[in-house]
Ligand binder design. Structure first.
Ligand code: DX5
Ligand code: ZN
Length: 225
């Protein structure tokens, strides 16, 4: 993975057909996805359950781009090795998931993954000032994590401040939640370069009819161009 700040669209398979992840990933990559965003939920840190490392491992051979794994779990540390072995390129943990995020980020890089740090909508960016040299990505949640299809929370000022704090460091700013052609331009203008989108990418399409995936991705790209 080489670093650049061009805009990348990362469809979340939370909005894909759970019985058919392999083909869904192939379809959405063929239709222009830059990364594949994988939402892991534990029913404890967030009020919903998705899947764990075994599913990540099973889908890994289908991902030809970047496997971006968003851990909405607590605790994180006991599972880092398993997600690294499952083939995550990026492993993102939440600042709010425990008292020792510094240790968690060290362990993620130690396991050979890029380290991501996610922030709930209510968390301030000043809290991560001493973590910036340990991360490859900051994920700014623009919904409260747990479900796809929620309404976007405009955190433009937070993203702008984060972009200033990052300066020249090679750190991606990822936006997750409620990204559409209407909301994406606000976030890119504020400094984001990775746009996660679940419902806005998968709506109207299927493995049998993947063209809408491409149209949906193109609509987001056109909006931010
Ligand atoms: C929310 C997840 C998101 C979600 C985004 O907890 O982390 O990745 O799938 O879905 P949309 O784009 O539908 O808001
Ligand atoms: Zn996510």
């Amino acid at each position: 993975m080489t670093f650049d700040r061009s805009v990348k669209i990362a469809p979340s398979i939370l909005s894909a057909d759970f019985a058919n992840f392999g083909q869904e990933i192939q379809a959405v990559e063929a239709q222009g996805a830059d990364w594949i965003h994988v939402d892991v939920m534990d029913g404890h840190f967030v009020p919903n359950i998705t899947f764990g490392p075994a599913t990540c491992k099973a889908i890994r051979p289908h991902v030809k781009t970047v496997m971006d794994v968003h851990l909405m779990i607590a605790p994180v540390d006991p599972y880092i090795e398993a997600f690294a072995e499952a083939g995550a390129d990026i492993l993102t943990a939440h600042l709010e998931a425990g008292p020792h995020i510094h240790r968690t980020l060290q362990a993620i890089r130690g396991a050979g993954c890029k380290a991501g740090l996610a922030l709930n909508p209510g968390t301030g960016v000043e809290d991560i000032a001493y973590l910036l040299d340990m991360v490859d990505l900051v994920c700014v949640m623009t919904v409260n994590p747990g479900f796809g299809g929620q309404a976007f929370i405009d955190l433009s000022a937070k993203v702008r401040r984060l972009r200033q704090m990052i300066g020249d460091r090679p750190i991606h700013i990822e936006i997750d939640g409620g990204v559409t052609p209407a909301t994406a331009p606000l976030m890119v203008a504020a400094g984001a370069d990775v746009l996660v989108a679940g419902s806005a990418v998968f709506k109207g399409g299927s493995v049998a009819n993947p063209a809408p995936y491409g149209e949906n991705i193109a609509a987001i790209r056109a909006a931010v161009a």
